[in-house]
Design a protein around this ligand. Sequence first.
Ligand code: AP5
Ligand code: MG
Length: 212
Amino acid sequence: MLIVFLGAPGAGKGTQAKTLAAEKNLTHLATGDLLRAEVAAGSELGLAAKAFMDRGDLVPDDVMIGMIQGRLESPRSDGILLDGFPRTVAQAQALDDALSAADTSVDRSIYFEVSEDELVRRLAGRSTCPDCQRAYHDTFNPPQNADKCDDCDEGLIRREDDKPEAVRNRLKVYETQTTPVLDHYRNAGKLVQVDGEQSIDAVQSDLAAAVG
Ligand code: AP5
Ligand code: MG
């Protein structure tokens, strides 16, 4: 099974991906998480990507396509859940090509629809575990112990790109570069829309119905 999660920054992709991947035994491939791990490790790729990420710009397509290609083969699970990739039409096309060379294709692409006001509220109050990347929210989804991850007990941090200026740019970049990807999957008859503005539990149950 190959599922793609689409939606604006803050739409709840990572929050829902963690639960769905555990329930369905899918490998969760989140390109933002992979990039942040490269930044934390101080790798050459991480150093090159950091400036793009901190500004809220996209990392160039060739880097992202190279990062995802090798990871599509033989996951030790029942399938792959892509979170944050593809986010340009060139990435979507490269994904289609890589999958079709392996005689497979995207099964479903889930689009989490959330209004801009709500996205801004969510990103302004988000804290993240630097270890497992689980996201929390000061009001909507607080951790059990203040500022500590429920899963790994790590101290939570605020992502650099959750600062207001970077958020504004991320929303603009999403609108211009990623919304055309919705049409790519809509035209292929693979896009399923979920109302991402509901509570986390309500989104989760709609998602379970959408994935089947
Ligand atoms: P990435 O890490 O993918 O960031 P993003 O797409 O901007 O999405 P977010 O992780 O910010 O939001 P989310 O939808 O996962 O929401 P979350 O579940 O955390 O990418 C970061 C950067 O890496 C990019 O800007 C780019 O530079 C680079 N990059 C990554 N992939 C790339 C690619 N393919 N090509 C090029 N560059 C790439 O939830 C958000 C908040 O809301 C949390 O606080 C959460 O607790 C809360 N929340 C979640 N659901 C609900 C709900 N239903 N109700 C209330 N609150 C909720
Ligand atoms: Mg995320």
